[in-house]
Design a protein around this ligand. Sequence first.
Ligand code: SF4
Ligand code: SF4
Length: 186
Amino acid sequence: MAENAVAVKDAMKEPIRASELDPKFKYQLIKLHGSEKLLKCFQCGTCTSDCPVARYSDSYRPRTLIHMARLGLKDRVLKSDTLWLCAACFTCTDRCPQGVEVASVIRVLRNLAAEEGIVPQVFKDQCSSVLQSGYAYKISELRLKKRDTLGLPPLPKGNPESVQKSLKGVSFMKNMENKGENDAKQ
Ligand code: SF4
Ligand code: SF4
C-alpha cells in the first residue's frame, strides 16, 4: 500500500473540506488522453455494478473514484490505495451509458499518482525486479532447480536492458531512480 494511502470508501466517509477541493483538477483531467469525457458522468453506478473487482471488494468503487475526481478531491483520489485494484478489463468503459472511458480515467489517475511518487510498494518492487532481471518476480534458485529435475527447459533469459531502454525518460523511471538513491542513503 502506498504511504498515506486510503481506501476509497473510507476516504469518502471523511467530511470534505473546502480547502481540499481543487476546482481545476477536472479540467486538467479532461485534457489528458482517455479522460476527455469525464464530465459526462451522471453517477448512474453502472461501472461499479458491472466491475468484477468491485464484486469482490468492500472498498473498490470505480464510480466513487470518478466522482472524487470530478469533485476535485485530487489528493484523496491520488492517494487512494484502491486506485491500484483496477484490473483494466474495460467492462466499465464498454457499459458506461455516457461513454466515459472509466478504465482509461483510472489509468490517467494512476499515472498522475505515479508522477508524484504515490505507488504501492508491491508495484515498486515489481518494477525494480523487471528492471533488474526482466521478470516481474525474482524466481528462486530452488524453483529453477526443480524445473531442471522435472526435465523442463530453462526459462528464457530476461532482457532488462531492453526494458530500461524502453522506459528511459518516463517519469516513473525517475521516481524509481530517486527511490534507489534514497534507499542507498538510508
Ligand atoms: S457508468 Fe459512466 S455515467 Fe455511470 S457512474 Fe460510471 S462513469 Fe458515471
Ligand atoms: S476496468 Fe477496472 S474499474 Fe473497470 S470494470 Fe474492469 S476492473 Fe472494474
